[in-house]
Write a protein that binds this ligand. Structure first.
Ligand SMILES: [Fe+2]
Length: 413
């Protein structure tokens, strides 16, 4: 997100001048909120209600939940006399904030046909109008105190913008007609042409968030790590490499797999990455553009941690640790770090040394999930503009593969 003083204003109302930080925050607020609507716009009301698996949420729910976040953490506690749009919505659209009150069960979100998408649009408009008045009316002291909450609300909504795409892709992937979210969608082309492995010497390096820009709390504190000498690939693993793994029996060779990974292969009959389908002998992959032939040159996408780990073992390599990834990315040693696929690392998602979650419900944002998940670094084709950082720590459970997830390889000399 931009800092409060750098954004160009969209609107110059009678009480706001371009250099006013309130104007910059209003600009940022409008940009993020409108991006959510832009992503939802191609979807019919029927599309926006479906929940195709417990991990995925309906588009309508994402639109409402991100709105509830502003109502819950900014308007209700700070605006005298603010009335929630609908008193029932806190129960429906609180996700996991136990300290914010009782909430609907996650796996039942797709059963909530009411409020309708039209009512959710009205909810968004109600909160947007209140947020415009709220931000525009903050005095300097209040703005300094509450800007971090506005900023986390905007970054939170950007995270859900990515989920809108991954979740509707899963729903469309369940549809035998393979609908396209966008007929003109294209997988981003890798920028990197250098099939090289770069070497990083051993040494003490600093990782974690260390500048004035926004970060989530899980990126701090910045701290020193000791790196062993490591070699890391400039390029992402491609579909061509993955096809070689498949042709070599990768999905049928238990010694390549972690025990839990092999159990998942067997239980879910995995024989290829997520959304791959063999059509008349040719591999295709469901994408935001519908069912498309697998492009051998494209980075492999929709692989789980279990698959990434097995592939690395088959190749006689490793996944990098998140520290190795960050050191390489900071030094610009790797290509396509951002904007195509999140890259699995071999690092468990755990707190950095000295990490403490903040007090209150917002402290539930990251800290309580630091168990049984693996860290992914970089960003993906679905990550919104302005939501990418070298220190960003994404995290998912090892079997998950409905996100835009891939890998790059590394090894130790
Ligand atoms: Fe959320």
């Amino acid at each position: 997100m931009p800092s409060a003083t750098t954004s160009a204003p969209l609107r110059q109302g009678p009480h706001l001048i371009p250099s006013d930080p309130r104007t910059a925050w209003l600009d940022a607020y409008r940009r993020v909120r409108s991006e959510t609507e832009r992503r939802a716009a191609p979807l019919a009301a029927e599309d926006q209600v479906i929940q195709s698996m417990p991990d995925a949420s309906p588009t309508k729910w994402h639109r409402a939940h991100t709105t509830w976040f502003f109502e819950q953490f900014l308007l209700t506690p700070n605006v005298a006399g603010y009335r929630p749009f609908d008193d029932r919505f806190a129960f429906l659209f609180n996700s996991y904030y136990v300290q914010a009150g009782p909430r609907h069960e996650r796996f039942k979100r797709g059963l909530v046909t009411r409020p309708t998408t039209t009512e959710v649009a009205a909810y968004r408009a109600h909160v947007d109008a209140a947020m415009e008045d709220f931000i525009g009316g903050l005095d300097d002291e209040k703005l300094r105190a509450l800007a971090p909450v506005i900023e986390i609300g905007l970054n939170h909504e950007q995270q859900h913008q990515e989920l809108i795409l991954t979740d509707i892709l899963h729903a469309f992937g369940c549809n035998p007609t393979s609908p396209a979210y966008d007929d003109a969608w294209e997988m981003p082309k890798p920028a990197g042409a250098r099939a090289e492995t770069v070497s990083i010497p051993s040494g003490i390096r600093r990782i974690g968030h260390d500048d004035d820009g926004f970060s989530f709390d899980n990126e701090s504190p910045a701290h020193d790590v000791l790196l062993q000498p490591v070699r890391i690939d400039r390029q992402l693993v491609t579909n061509a490499q993955w096809l070689a793994f498949m042709d070599d029996g990768g999905y049928r060779t238990p010694p390549l797999w972690l025990s839990e990974g092999w159990a998942t292969v067997e239980a879910d009959s995995w024989e290829a990455p997520g959304y791959w389908r063999n059509v008349d002998g040719a591999w295709h992959q469901m994408s935001l553009g519908g069912l498309r032939p697998v492009d051998p040159a494209a980075p492999v996408c929709h692989v789980s941690y279990y698959e990434a780990d097995a592939f690395a073992r088959w190749a006689g390599r490793h996944l990098p640790t998140e520290a190795e990834w960050e050191v390489a990315a900071r030094a610009r040693l790797i290509d396509d770090a951002y904007g195509i696929v999140w890259q699995w690392t071999r690092s468990a998602y755990s707190p950095y040394p000295g990490y403490r979650a903040v007090e209150g419900a917002l402290g539930e944002y990251n800290g309580k999930f630091m168990i049984n998940q693996m860290v992914l670094r970089g960003s993906s084709l679905a990550t919104p503009e302005g939501h990418t950082r070298v220190t960003y720590r994404n995290f998912f459970h090892p079997p998950s593969r409905w996100q835009f997830t891939g890998l790059r390889l590394s090894d130790y000399p």
